[in-house]
Design a protein around this ligand. Structure first.
Ligand SMILES: Cc1cc2nc3c(=O)[nH]c(=O)nc-3n(C[C@H](O)[C@H](O)[C@H](O)COP(=O)(O)O)c2cc1C
Length: 157
């Protein structure tokens, strides 16, 4: 089974997860924000799509990719993941990040946790992080186990 992993990240955490998932699956990881044309989906049986969550929403590049390829993606074994820090809103954020037909069809959906690389944030992002999360330093809730569990579920799906 040939798998493609595509992702959209702002500060790198989602990309890091996507590359680790791809490594477990022996797949290619493609950054939807790199300005290049994504690989031809007809070459893959299985597609994993991951996006970071900001202010309750997935990255526009991930949503655009889903909407532009809705018909082709509906034919694939689908795995969806989001990276975020609002664990209590996991279900809501997963539902908001992907078009409903894909979210309903996905065989595996997961909220993998999130990371803050504090020095890389812009001033406004630092203010939001401090106000909402009470943090002024880097931290992460993403673990190797969460990533591996998701990848293994995709493999078994
Ligand atoms: C300004 C800002 C807003 C955020 N908003 C949300 C949010 O609404 N929900 C959530 O679950 N996580 C939120 N996060 C946490 C990010 O989703 C988390 O840091 C994620 O790992 C970022 O992924 P990236 O490094 O791939 O961009 C926010 C982080 C920042 C800095």
């Amino acid at each position: 089974m040939k798998t493609l992993v595509v992702y959209s990240t702002k500060h790198g955490a989602t990309g890091s997860c996507a590359r680790k998932i791809a490594a477990v699956l022996g797949a290619e990881a493609f950054d939807l924000g790199n300005g290049k044309k994504p690989p031809d989906l007809s070459l893959f049986d299985s597609v994993v799509i991951g996006t970071a969550i900001y202010m309750g929403k997935g990255m526009p590049a991930a949503l655009h990719f889903c909407e532009a390829n809705l018909a082709a993606l509906a034919e694939k074994r689908l795995g969806l993941f989001v990276c975020g820090l609002r664990e209590t809103d996991a279900e809501k954020e997963l539902a908001a990040a992907f078009p409903a037909p894909l979210a309903q069809r996905a065989r595996v959906k997961s909220f993998l946790g999130g990371s803050i690389d504090y020095p890389s944030l812009g001033l406004r992002e630092k203010l939001v992080t401090r106000a909402i999360m009470g943090k002024t330093e880097s931290f992460s809730t993403i673990t190797g186990t969460r990533i591996k569990d998701f990848a293994e579920k995709v493999r078994a799906a």
